[in-house]
Design a protein around this ligand. Structure first.
Ligand SMILES: C[S@@+](CC[C@H](N)C(=O)[O-])C[C@H]1O[C@@H](n2cnc3c(N)ncnc32)[C@H](O)[C@@H]1O
Length: 942
């Protein structure tokens, strides 16, 4: 088909799997009635059961933090309790982007405005003014309005179809903001650290494809990473609609995202004794998006279950991880690059405190940018300079308060000054560095880690600290400013390499540096691999700063009894050297507590938030060698199905967020070896049992292999007459080491190829879940064995290949093209244009491409292809041509063509019926029932 973002079969499960978060289960409502106040949903249009939209701890916390002024509080809460309007983006890389925008502007918006002027109670639909080029829209309709109003019903149908096809993406309005501040260009290497379910990754990809001609690829790439393998599948599902060869999906803990760099002196930089200058010798990024896991209270309007779950421990418990992820992001960012830190939480401990700690650790090497002049129409509030930390029902204004008792998981960096006032020898200071997510608790310090029974602990100092960092440059979007969810965004620029020396390396462990000091450093964002040989090589260069050459050589002495450690030295007893320290645990650790199982469950089920236990378990299993398989997702994690009607109004959710991961397993299709087929009988040898797959050191993950089977590549090139200038060599990849029997062949851009080569040289550090664009797929049906080429062009690969194909391609008149979309299979003799039928019969048996002829030109032998060309993959059978496109794709394309025709800028579709149109056999491509034409076993081959 002719463009990125065309319909793909992978969207087939969206409708059946959306979770209606405002519709509660019986057990939910019973539980809430017992535990929490419930209020009637304030939206009069909706008939929902009462849902708990109150949480006293939430009120108390945010009133005290001063997120909004006391005068605004009621308005803030009122909007927070209302369902969220539906927002969606037009995919700018879709071939029909302009058509869709103009349909919204000129048809739906005007019709609805006219109806509103006539006194109808219809709410408007309109573009989000702060989003460039009218590409993002918001609407707010109830089901009742939908049923009563014809224009709305038509609009609903339009949204459903275009979403299914991939021409629009449902995404919460505020979630569209962070990528806009990244300022991405087509040549950028972009890392999306916590990327699933991928709505922002999709936007980033659109940005690197901006102004790139179809058939060309940008020189940049996006690496989208997520720790949760199931969520990675959602991401793959979501981003497949981009049909991109410039994406790698990885599955790592973001805070430990691997480094990949080649030492210039390493032997592997040589090939056949000749020094090779690799295109990419270090995996660093121009842009990093750090959309971290968070407590998610900014999504209360679309996930009202958070009202019930919310507690202060959620934010406190994530602060440490958020800092670590932010630091890792900055260490992977190129000098001169930009990183956006964002959360869908309103909590300053997850937001300003994290940004301040990052700035503190990075010193002057990182700057918090003032972006107030960017996106001026977006209403946002400046970041806070002061806030408090809450724990065990107490308000703490500084870490000074912490030393007086034993709070769980409270660390200095959560406070505005970030200062640790506690002396080394002090017995009560705490840290969460040794804690895992599971240790964090609910802020009530229960479950095994009791606070010490110390009367002093009840006194605290409420002197307010104020941050010295320019945190007002951060942005907080609050719901009642422009009827959205809430979001927090900070834009950081890396000015110089991060410093590599941290206070804990010194005997006192003290950080003498003032908040605003620019030269202190940390290696928290670095992995072992970055640290280098002490000569600050490998990307962490010493600053070229004369000041850096002066140091204070006053010796520090530790106050701890370190003489109790032992060092064994070689010449004492003719041995090697060793160091030993023996530690005893005298009482519960001050900063660690267990989280109740019920809370763990709650956290795990929250949409975007909280790195869940499941993810950690999956990761461990993976490392330990069990096979990862989305089919392992249990019922508990699978959201309920929702009806089509839920697409509209407040239930309209970000598409991928509510997609059932277990139902899109085919997104991350396991690359089983294609069993050899007996040419005579068509039967396959072998039982098809899937072996444990290994990708380098990653067990349970399909390998990534450069496809170098020249016999297959040549057969494909010859069959489709693919232009020699098209770079195949080194750009084809499979997920199967048995290259004779691969099922799918993927295409990767030059940038992805370079990263892949670097990754191989570095021993496959990256755990790759998905890579490149599915370009060719083996047809395994018996009839297909008669075709000279076993591989068909996949619909994702078609836009890129289209300008390069010289054989098996035909131009159809508008009427024949329309008939193909309508009837799916047409016999050669039944085409209105007899010449087309004649030419079709002369094609080789197998896959072919049919292009819609422009204007009323007569057909040419080789169709002229450009950005506006519309094409579909077909199959030339013995007596007919069948489309290899799903029914919904056909429907949408017919719709687009008729809208173009109405506007007078489309082909003239003559309304002549074909004289005879009947397929020899029932068409397998009837997507509503068979769903997936892409994997069809070609029963209709004539
Ligand atoms: C806020 S969501 C990201 C939303 C995403 N950026 C989008 O726009 O669709 C946070 C994601 O972080 C992931 N996550 C949690 N802990 C992580 C970690 N340590 N490393 C990487 N990803 C993590 C979660 O699985 C979740 O998908």
């Amino acid at each position: 088909m002719g463009g990125r973002g065309r319909s793909r079969t992978q969207r087939k499960h969206f409708r059946q799997s959306r979770d209606n978060v405002w519709k509660r289960s019986r057990s939910d409502s019973q539980q809430d009635d017992e535990n929490t106040n419930t209020t009637k949903n304030p939206n009069p249009h909706h008939n929902w059961e009462p849902f708990a939209t109150q949480n006293p701890s939430f009120d108390e916390y945010y009133k005290e933090q001063g997120i909004v002024s006391p005068e605004e509080w009621d308005a803030f809460m009122e909007v927070l309790r209302r369902p969220l309007p539906a927002a969606f983006r037009i995919n700018s890389s879709s071939q029909f982007c302009g058509d869709i925008r103009s349909q919204l502007e000129n048809d739906f918006m005007k019709c609805l405005q006219a109806e509103a002027a006539d006194g109808s109670e219809v709410d408007g639909v309109g573009p989000l003014l702060w989003y460039p080029e009218n590409l993002a829209w918001q609407s707010n309709f109830s089901r009742m309005q939908l049923r009563k109003n014809q224009t709305l019903e038509r609009f609903h149908e339009f949204l459903k179809l275009e979403n299914e096809i991939g021409n629009i993406t449902r995404q919460e309005a505020v979630s569209m903001v962070p990528p806009l501040f990244l300022d991405v260009c087509p040549d950028h290497f972009v890392l999306d650290m916590c990327a699933a379910p991928g709505s922002k990754t999709f936007q980033l990809l659109e940005m690197i494809y901006h102004s790139i001609d179809p058939g060309s690829l940008p020189s940049g790439l996006v690496i989208a990473n997520d720790v949760d393998v199931q969520r990675c599948n959602l991401l793959i599902h979501q981003t497949k609609r981009m049909c991109t060869a410039n994406l790698i999906v990885t599955n790592h803990e973001a805070q430990h995202f691997p480094s990949c760099h080649l030492n210039k002196n390493r032997a592997d930089a040589f090939e056949n004794g000749v020094a090779m200058e690799p295109s990419v010798s270090q995996l660093l990024f121009d842009r990093v998006l750090c959309d971290v896991p968070c407590s998610g209270d900014g999504t209360l309007r679309k996930a009202p279950d958070i009202w019930r779950k919310w507690n202060v421990g959620m934010g406190n418990g994530l602060h440490g991880l958020q800092v670590q992820i932010g630091m890792r992001g900055l260490s992977l960012l190129k000098v001169g690059g930009r990183m956006v830190y964002s959360t869908c939480s309103m909590n300053p401990v997850e937001n300003e405190a994290v940004v301040a700690e990052i700035l503190r650790r990075c010193g002057g090497s990182v700057e918090l940018l003032d972006v107030s002049s960017e996106l001026p129409q977006l209403v946002r509030r400046p970041g806070l300079k002061k806030w408090k930390v809450r724990d065990k029902g107490n308000w703490l204004a500084s870490y000074k308060d912490v030393s007086k008792f034993c709070p769980a998981g409270i660390i200095p960096s959560m406070f505005p000054s970030g200062k640790n006032y506690v002396d080394n020898a002090d017995k009560n200071h705490g840290t969460v560095l040794g804690q895992t997510q599971d240790d964090v608790g609910d802020g009530n310090s229960a479950n095994g880690f009791e606070p010490k029974n110390d009367p002093e602990s009840l006194t605290y100092d409420l002197d307010e600290e104020v941050s010295t960092f320019p945190l007002e440059r951060c942005m907080r979007i609050v719901p009642h400013d422009q009827n959205t969810g809430a979001f927090f965004i900070a834009v950081l620029a890396k000015l110089s390499p991060l410093p590599g020396i941290i206070p804990s390396m010194f005997p006192s462990g003290k950080n003498y540096v003032d908040n605003a000091d620019k030269n202190h450093g940390t290696v928290l964002g670095q992995t072992q691999d970055d640290v280098g040989d002490g000569n600050s090589a490998n990307g962490f260069e010493p600053k070229n700063d004369p000041e850096a050459l002066t140091y204070d050589l006053d010796e520090e002495v530790s106050t701890f009894p370190l003489e109790r450690c032992m060092r064994i030295v070689p010449h004492d007893q003719n041995t090697g050297a060793f160091f030993i320290a023996v530690l005893a645990k005298l009482s519960p650790l001050p900063a660690i507590q267990k989280k109740p199982a019920s809370l763990r469950r709650q956290l795990n089920s929250s949409n975007d938030s909280i790195p869940d236990k499941l993810a950690n378990e999956m990761k461990e299993e993976d490392i330990n060698g069990s096979e990862i398989n989305s089919a392992d997702v249990t019922e508990e994690q699978v959201p309920e199905a929702a009806s089509d009607a839920d697409l509209m109004g407040s239930e309209l959710e970000e598409a991928a967020l509510d997609t059932d991961p277990s139902k899109i397993y085919e997104e991350n299709e396991p690359e089983e070896t294609e069993d050899p087929v007996d040419k005579e009988t068509g039967s396959k040898a072998g039982g098809g049992k899937r072996k444990l797959q290994i990708q380098g050191k990653w067990r349970g993950v399909d390998p990534v292999v450069f496809f170098t089977n020249n016999a297959i590549v040549d057969s494909i090139k010859i069959f489709y007459g693919i232009d020699e200038s098209f770079a195949f060599s080194g750009h084809l990849v499979t997920r199967n080491s048995d290259t004779d029997h691969v099922k799918r062949i993927y295409y990767v851009s030059k940038s992805v190829k370079d990263v892949l080569e670097l990754n191989f040289k570095r021993g496959q550090q990256l755990k790759i879940t998905s890579i490149g664009l599915k370009m060719f797929e083996r047809q395994s049906a018996k009839e297909c064995l008669l075709s000279p080429c076993a591989f068909r062009i996949s619909s994702e690969g078609l836009p890129l290949l289209l300008p390069r194909i010289t054989k098996q391609i035909l131009e159809a008149s508008p009427v024949d093209f329309k008939h193909l979309l309508q009837y799916k299979t047409i016999k050669f003799a039944d085409f209105v244009d007899a010449e087309f039928g004649e030419k079709a019969s002369k094609l080789m048996l197998g896959c072919c491409v049919v292009v819609l002829r422009k204007d009323d030109r007569s057909s040419s032998d080789l169709p002229q292809v450009d950005a506006s060309t519309i094409a579909i993959g077909c199959w030339r059978g013995r007596t007919n041509i069948s489309v290899m496109v799903t029914a919904i794709d056909c429907r949408e394309m017919l719709e687009r063509l008729s809208v173009r025709m109405e506007n007078g800028n489309g082909p003239v579709l003559l309304e002549t019926e074909p004289s005879i149109v009947e397929s020899e056999e029932p068409n397998t491509n009837d997507g509503e029932t068979k769903e997936d034409a892409e994997t069809m076993e070609l029963a209709t081959v004539g």
